[in-house]
Write a protein that binds this ligand. Structure first.
Ligand code: SAH
Length: 489
């Protein structure tokens, strides 16, 4: 215990700091790829860099050629350190590294030796860069791999726009000091701005509006802003939680209320913020928990109460998802919104069933249609669908499948055209039934495939024998094991 009462812990003896090295002379000793990484990190911080090494790797030569650094083609000598404010040794010769370290320590120049904490007076953290925001991670050399892993975990959760938010805050820092002399009041002001409308605007790509809002909030006599809600219309993908986008995950963790559809898997809804309110708004074919107009009105009301509303839909919100209608009603009411695309069922199915949607040899175009029956029949433009070298994907097509196959043949597609039905694509219980336009309806009926399922028609279906890779877990009781054309793939 020191007299200050603060004891340095055995596990943690480094002092974390960010050095301002812009325009300062720095030295890298070594010319290989590791030296190149260190050199690049220094250059990004604005160091005036010299590299001492008999020879350079391709990357360092390139940086020398474009004038980013100065190369001294020689072996290191202690005199090279004169004037340097920082030095990194990254040669593959331990003796050279050690002599750099000794010379630097004698001159009190901060020194780092790659992969050697003993010889270093500072270590380099793993850095997540969202300029001007930087997040540095260190395990005090215990496990660089762990530090990098942590960095990629944080990377997934920190929106790129956080950097822009920091830059915006920097622009208004002086103004905020003039407006709030008291540092406590200033802190509260920034908390409100960043947690509230301003932060929301920057994160959803409305920076100009965010700047105007800050300006208004900082104007003399301005009072605190009422909280402003917004709606995120988010595509939750085809069901497998790993196929969510980073943006979807980020906004899910900010939402106050989640309105979700029947198609969104419980594991995905679970990824929303723990204390977010969850509202099931349904839509399982004809059983609607709430009518569309009621959903629209609910979103508007919640957003106007200042809530961050997450409207979570299966697949992509703008593909047979009525997302357009929902956004129209928000726009009409002046409610701010952001739309986050999702992987549509057709893309998920294509990847997980091994059926590319287009292919130079088989299909030059791809059409998505809905096979939803209106008054018991399908109303589709058959002439456009029954074309050669085209893939047709049918959403909501389980019930209409017999009619669909019949009509495509009636309009000119050969009855032998490959066709498949894929149930629960991308999920552990994915099932694929493949046949032709002539055989598929009977096969699907025999296996009693149920929604959600997609039908796909076209020569590309044949490719699944070669391109299928997804082998979901153990077969369960209801697995149809004895049919060669039914595959759990
Ligand atoms: N917006 C969604 C589609 C909504 S319509 C999207 O972009 O994917 C609902 C239909 O999507 C279902 O009837 C089914 O045809 C299809 N679908 C959604 N998820 C599916 C899945 N995991 N497997 C197969 N089909 C799926």
């Amino acid at each position: 215990m020191t007299s200050s009462g603060i004891a340095p812990s055995a596990d943690r003896a480094y002092f974390a700091a960010f050095l301002d090295l812009r325009g300062k002379p720095g030295l890298v000793v070594g010319g290989g790829p590791v030296a190149a990484l260190k050199a690049e990190a220094m250059l990004r911080s604005g160091v005036r860099l010299t590299v001492v090494a008999p020879e350079l790797c391709a990357r360092l030569s390139e940086l020398t050629l474009v004038g980013a650094l100065r190369h001294e083609a020689k072996r290191f000598q202690p005199g090279d350190l004169v004037g340097a404010e920082i030095v990194i040794a990254a040669t593959d010769d331990p003796a050279v590294n050690e002599s750099v370290s000794n010379a630097a320590k004698a001159l009190r120049i901060p020194v780092n030796v790659a992969d050697n904490a003993q010889l270093s007076t500072f270590i380099m953290p793993s850095v997540l860069d969202r300029p001007p925001l930087q997040i540095a991670i260190s395990t005090a050399g215990a496990s660089p791999v762990l530090a990098r892993k942590l960095r990629s975990m944080i990377e997934a959760l920190v929106p790129f726009a956080f950097g822009r938010l920091a830059a915006l805050a920097a622009r208004f820092r002086a103004a905020s000091k003039r407006r709030y002399a008291d540092s406590e009041a200033r802190r509260r002001f920034w908390e409100d701005a960043i947690d509230g409308a301003v932060g929301e605007m920057v994160l959803s790509g409305r920076e100009a509006q965010a700047a105007e809002t800050l300006q208004r909030m900082l104007a003399p006599g301005a009072s605190a802003q009422a909280p402003q809600g917004m709606v995120y219309l988010v595509g939750g993908g085809p069901g497998n939680p790993d196929l969510l986008t980073l943006r979807a995950l980020q906004v899910m963790q900010r939402a106050d209320v989640v309105l979700y559809d029947h198609l969104v898997a419980p594991q995905i809804v679970d990824l929303a913020r723990r204390d977010a309110e969850r509202v099931y708004v349904g839509k399982e074919s004809d059983r609607h928990a709430l009518r569309q107009e009621e959903i629209n009105a609910l979103m508007v009301r919640l957003a106007k109460e200042g809530k961050r509303v997450l409207r979570l839909k299966g697949g992509d919100p703008y593909i047979f998802g009525r997302g357009g209608e929902e956004i129209e009603s928000l726009a009409a009411q002046g409610v701010p919104f952001e739309v986050v695309p999702g992987i549509t069922a057709a893309s998920g199915m294509a990847a997980y069933a091994g059926i590319p949607l287009t292919h130079r040899d088989y299909a030059h175009s791809c059409v998505f249609v809905t096979g939803h029956l209106k008054d018991g029949s399908l109303s589709l433009n058959w002439d456009v669908l029954a074309r050669p070298r085209q893939t047709v994907v049918i959403y909501m097509g389980v019930r209409g499948l017999p009619q669909l196959c019949e009509q495509l043949v009636a309009h000119g597609l050969p009855a032998s055209t490959p066709a498949a039905l894929i149930e629960r694509a991308t999920l552990p219980r994915q099932r694929v039934v493949a046949g032709t336009l002539a055989t598929l309806p009977a096969l699907a009926a025999r296996e009693s495939l149920r929604p959600p399922a997609l039908a796909i028609v076209g020569e590309v279906v044949k490719l699944r024998d070669k391109l299928g890779w997804y082998r979901p877990g153990a077969l369960d009781q209801e697995a149809p094991a004895d049919h060669s054309n039914v595959a759990r793939t």
